[in-house]
Design a protein around this ligand. Structure first.
Ligand code: GAR
Length: 219
């Protein structure tokens, strides 16, 4: 990619380890991903991902939800902080907060999340343990546009991960996370290239509605 190529401005929100953030940073570094990460923001000061951002020379900020009296006030502060960086896309990468409808509406069509299941299966927390208890043969990862419905927004892409004999929640989570690291930079690239959009509450890839059985074959 030449220096003159336009880069999509993004802000990444995290709450913890930041391994998905690292995958995005690494994809940008190898020029596989034409984006500029303008800032990384955590709601937790102790999030390890903040150090990953600093190491990469990216602004690393904390908006600590415990400093705010309620969800609406926190989300307003978070939104104000994000908007200082004028992102074209906001990337939730292990950001473990439920967002207000107002916040979600403000970033309509430019707010992506990674969720560790094949949505609509296993919304919410503790997905790997629940998948094992349900006895499913396939688990996986979804990248979706965020809407007001928790983990209910239109799915942009999924990767299935086989559940293996002897898997526990830890081993399954580790394989799903590998799939997350491969898929999330790829989906962000689609968005940066203008191939992925949200239209009438549908995720569209190359002007076709995303169909959940085929989307990981789209390059
Ligand atoms: C990831 O597995 C992501 O799918 C999950 O949190 C983990 C964050 O890991 N997100 C959710 O559960 C959202 N509901 P990371 O901090 O190492 O990227």
């Amino acid at each position: 990619m030449s220096d003159a190529a336009p880069r999509l401005a993004i802000v990444v929100l995290i709450s913890g380890n930041g391994s998905n953030l690292q995958a995005i940073i690494d994809a940008v570094a190898t020029a596989a991903l034409p984006v500029e990460i303008r800032a990384v923001i955590s709601n937790k000061p102790e999030a390890q991902g903040l150090e990953r951002a600093r190491r990469a020379g990216i602004a690393a900020l904390v908006v600590d939800h415990r400093q705010y009296p309620d969800r609406a006030t926190f989300d307003a502060a978070l939104q104000a902080t994000i908007d200082q960086y004028q992102p074209q896309l906001v990337v939730l990468a292990g950001f473990m907060r439920i967002l207000t409808p107002e916040f979600v509406a403000h970033y309509h069509g430019r707010l992506l999340n990674v969720h560790p299941s094949l949505l609509p299966a296993f919304r919410g927390l503790d997905t790997h343990r629940r998948a094992l208890e349900a006895g499913v043969q396939e688990h996986g990862v979804s990248i979706h546009f965020v809407t007001a419905e928790l983990d209910g927004g239109p799915v942009a892409a999924q990767t299935a991960v086989a559940v293996l004999p002897g898997d526990d929640a830890f081993s399954l989570a580790a394989r799903v996370r590998q799939a997350e690291h491969a898929l999330y930079p790829r989906v962000i690239r689609w968005f940066a290239e203008g191939r992925l959009t949200l239209r009438a509450n549908r995720a569209m890839l190359d002007d076709e509605p995303v169909r959940l059985s085929q989307q990981t074959t789209n390059g």
